[in-house]
Design a binder for this molecule. Structure first.
Ligand SMILES: [Fe+2]
Ligand SMILES: [Fe+2]
Length: 190
């Protein structure tokens, strides 16, 4: 087994090799930033958590019907460490993989993946188009509107927050805080 941890640079160039879509790259950057942020809160390895966040949807543009399965194959071919592959697969637990999130890193990834989409959509309908002063309450208002950002599965986020043992307010607040750090790259500065 290769125990070398892939660098951020390696992960990003692999991501770019398989993805051209600007929105998918932005999603990857958002999830990376939030993973890094939570790693800081948990006192864990921000580089590792961030890299896993960055690469989690690697196969989605080219192989949407084989989501997770193809990422597993690609990362194995690239000789990525097993714990990285496991964590990436766990984001699709019950959807495109049967790998249950067990570690904190996996639980956080599972929880915040869909949430970054809801936060992004919540920012884009604001007159300011900025995340910098986005309140948790404004995301929660949108949360209740089922047709709003319908692709962001609220049940998955709730299930994830329960696994993390955290309330939704905390998870939403810290997801916003993580995304703020890359607001310019995400086009969420207004
Ligand atoms: Fe995914
Ligand atoms: Fe994702």
């Amino acid at each position: 087994m290769n125990t070398n941890q892939p660098s951020r640079e390696e992960a990003f160039s692999l991501l770019k090799r398989y993805n051209q879509s600007e929105s998918l790259i932005k999603h990857a950057l958002a999830v990376e930033a939030v993973m890094r942020h939570f790693a800081g809160l948990y006192g864990e390895d921000a580089e590792k958590w961030g890299t896993i966040g960055l690469i989690h949807d690697l196969d989605y543009e080219k192989y949407p019907d084989q989501h997770c399965t193809m990422t597993k194959k690609i990362l194995e071919d690239e000789k990525w460490p097993e714990d990285h592959i496991r964590a990436v697969l766990s984001h699709g637990w019950g959807m495109c993989s049967d790998v249950e999130p067990v570690h904190d890193m996996e639980k956080v990834l599972f929880t915040i993946d869909e949430l970054t989409g809801l936060v992004t959509a919540s920012v884009l309908v604001r007159p300011s188009c900025s995340i910098m002063d986005l309140e948790v309450s404004s995301v929660k208002k949108k949360w209740k509107m089922k047709a709003f950002a319908a692709g962001a599965n609220r049940e998955v986020i709730e299930k994830g927050a329960a696994m993390m043992g955290r309330d939704l307010d905390f998870v939403i607040r810290e997801t916003i805080n993580g995304m703020k750090k890359v607001a310019a790259e995400l086009g969420l500065m207004g």
